[in-house]
Ligand binder design. Structure first.
Ligand SMILES: Cc1ncc(C[n+]2csc(CCOP(=O)(O)OP(=O)(O)O)c2C)c(N)n1
Ligand SMILES: [Mg+2]
Length: 602
């Protein structure tokens, strides 16, 4: 690769981290791995250091010059993976992560599980102490070597490998890349033996041109199934489209909307998947759901054909709408997720009855159906647009936080990279594929800060403002992710919906107590994060992130949000800690009261 080509790849995010005296000669085993990363155009590698990959670390710094890829240092491996996850959500592209042998991988495993359940790509490089026992240093190399490291995470990565020689490294990494970048996506793991990394090269190692190992294009569902689906939809009187996982591109967005409009179909979108269609479109029913809303249930109960485009939990949606026993309408499902179901995890969800299976890319299916279906004019139902909200200026809740943020942001587009429970989505409709990136996939609390940082890193030059609305429990679990945002000046706004509680679980305790005829009054014990309430703004400040709060009065919201948005627009991260009253978890509380042992939340 020419010097100009290398310089073109990506701007540095930290000029401070440019090393001196770079050695461009490829002379060590790990130089080969580093060169493959560069040729794959991977812009960043998030890591927490460890001696098991000191060879690779040296190659990234002293051979590549800490550029293309550039190191993003993290204070915990879980954050490194969550950042790569957020980056993938925003771009659809894999970043790299480097993880120390077994212990680093153990720390990272929850975040890998989240990325796996969210079907996001990333290339994870791990390491082990020398496989050859004769090369191990006493003690430390023995506790940091294990027989089959991939086994720790094999159940929730798409592919893993441990190349047995330097010469085998390029193929292993190219295959990993091809696997992670080919749909359906998932993280991949390549474990580099420390001895192989530290081996001096005795002969040139050829690195094949990655252009010849590209991921396959998205797969088009079978023509026969597409015809069958089109026929069903053409005859449908009351079709409903369930939008699940899809591409975050304007093209794909427009085709989804055009398909719904062509069919006059009701649109339902899923909070887990993120923005897939405009949530204030006249055909859109209710708010994006986590659990089905009443209007969504009613639309499904009235439907004669349901088209699922990448639905994450089709079986669960059908169960909620029709119960056991009732006969659901004809079901068409487009998606390729089935290729990842391995039986270890149950993230495939309940098995849905499917009449027409469009096995392949859901957006490709939407495009094909759009081409083959004639326009059938149908009156559009009245818009479910929310009334323009008024802020009475008195209550401090997520609604007033959302209104204050919106006033501060004005016309600038916002990307919500994480949304705390009970965020009033209806006040802030999704109108662009990057408006909301969906949930964390695996329900692993502690994901929010890293996801927001990764998305903000990806979007820093896009003109969008990246916001992570985090629960206090979520934020506190991964507070040290913020240091990375400060260190690399990643412009991200964290808003902490701080109810001083693991409130989701408080509600579970209330439900269980009621079910057992016991006192719900004790629900807060072992759940409340109060007395003392951690000062989250100070925890941010302590790591170099501007911290505002804790805000306890609605009257202070406007000014706080104005300052916060100004700070992020100037290129720096900022956190606003808002002490909200958990009362607006009302929906959840009511439904728990209806079904005391309902499995709400994780
Ligand atoms: C790693 C992990 N630990 C514990 C849980 C169980 N859990 C689910 S939601 C939740 C509460 C999260 O608290 P917070 O982020 O403050 O949100 P809140 O429910 O208060 O809105 C907990 C502890 C989990 N899902 N993941
Ligand atoms: Mg909380």
């Amino acid at each position: 690769m020419s010097e100009e080509r290398q310089a073109m790849i990506k701007p540095r995010i930290s000029a401070r981290d440019a090393p001196r005296d770079v050695d461009p000669r490829m002379a060590w085993g790990s130089d080969v791995a580093a060169q493959v990363l560069r040729r794959l155009d991977i812009p960043y590698i998030a890591l927490n250091p460890g001696a098991s990959y000191r060879g690779l670390h040296d190659s990234l710094v002293n051979h590549l010059g800490n550029h293309a890829p550039e190191i993003l240092m993290c204070l915990h491996e879980e954050q490194a993976v969550a950042i790569a996850h957020g980056y993938a959500k925003a771009t659809g592209k894999p970043m790299a992560v480097a993880l120390h042998s077994n212990v680093g991988l153990m720390h990272a495993s929850m975040a890998i599980y989240n990325a796996w359940c969210d079907r996001q790509p990333m290339l994870i490089l791990g390491a082990t102490g020398p496989v050859d026992a004769a090369l191990r240093r006493p003690w430390i190399d023995w506790i940091h070597t294990s027989q089959d490291q991939g086994a720790l995470i094999r159940n929730f990565v798409k592919w893993d490998d441990q190349p047995g020689s330097v010469a085998a490294v390029p193929e292993s990494m190219l295959r990993a890349w091809q696997q992670t970048a080919t749909a359906p996506h998932g993280p991949v793991y390549v474990c580099l033996d420390a001895a192989i990394q530290e081996q001096a090269l005795t002969e040139a190692v050829a690195i094949p041109d990655p252009a010849r190992f590209r991921p396959a294009p998205a797969s088009r569902p079978a023509a026969m199934a597409l015809r069958e689906a089109a026929e069903l939809l053409a005859r449908a009187a009351r079709p409903v489209i369930l939008f699940g996982r899809g591409r975050r591109t304007q093209d794909a967005w427009e085709r989804r909307v055009a398909l719904a409009e062509r069919l006059g179909a009701a649109m339902l979108s899923d909070l887990k998947a993120g923005a897939m269609v405009p949530t204030d479109h006249p055909l859109h029913v209710g708010e994006p759901f986590n659990q089905l809303s009443q209007p969504a249930k009613a639309a499904l109960q009235a439907a004669d054909v349901v088209l699922s485009l990448g639905s994450i939990d089709l079986g669960g949606v059908l169960r909620q709408a029709y119960g056991r026993g009732a006969v659901p309408p004809r079901i068409i499902h487009a998606g390729d997720d089935i290729h990842l179901h391995n039986g270890w995890g149950k993230e495939h969800m309940e098995l849905p009855a499917i009449d027409v299976h469009l096995l392949g890319d859901a957006d490709a299916a939407a495009a094909e159906l759009l081409d083959s279906l004639a326009h059938r004019p149908r009156p559009l139902p009245g818009a479910t647009r929310a009334k323009e909200p008024q802020d009475n200026g008195e209550q401090l809740n997520l609604r007033s936080v959302a209104l204050a943020l919106r006033a501060a942001v004005g016309e600038q587009p916002v990307t919500f990279a994480a949304l705390a429970r009970a965020w009033p989505v209806q006040l802030w409709p999704h109108r662009h594929p990057l408006d909301y990136l969906g949930k964390d996939g695996g329900g692993g609390v502690g994901s929010g800060p890293g996801l927001a940082i990764g998305a903000a890193l990806a979007l820093k030059d896009s003109g969008r403002l990246t916001v992570g609305v985090l629960g206090d429990g979520d934020c506190l679990m991964s507070m040290n992710a913020l240091w990375t945002a400060a260190r690399y000046r990643i412009p991200v706004l964290f808003i902490v919906a701080n109810n001083r509680s693991y409130y989701n679980d408080e509600l579970h305790q209330e439900g269980v107590a009621r079910h057992r005829g016991r006192s719900p009054a004790n629900r807060w014990i072992g759940q409340s994060i109060d007395h003392p309430a951690p000062d989250i703004a100070k925890l941010a400040e302590a790591q170099g992130v501007n911290g505002i709060g804790p805000l306890k009065r609605a009257a202070d919201l406007q000014e706080a949000m104005r300052r916060a948005v100004e700070c992020v627009r100037a290129g720096a991260p900022c956190l606003v800690d808002v002490h909200i009253d958990p009362g607006h978890g009302r929906h959840l509380r009511e439904s728990m009261a209806e079904r005391p042992l309902g499995r709400k939340g994780a």
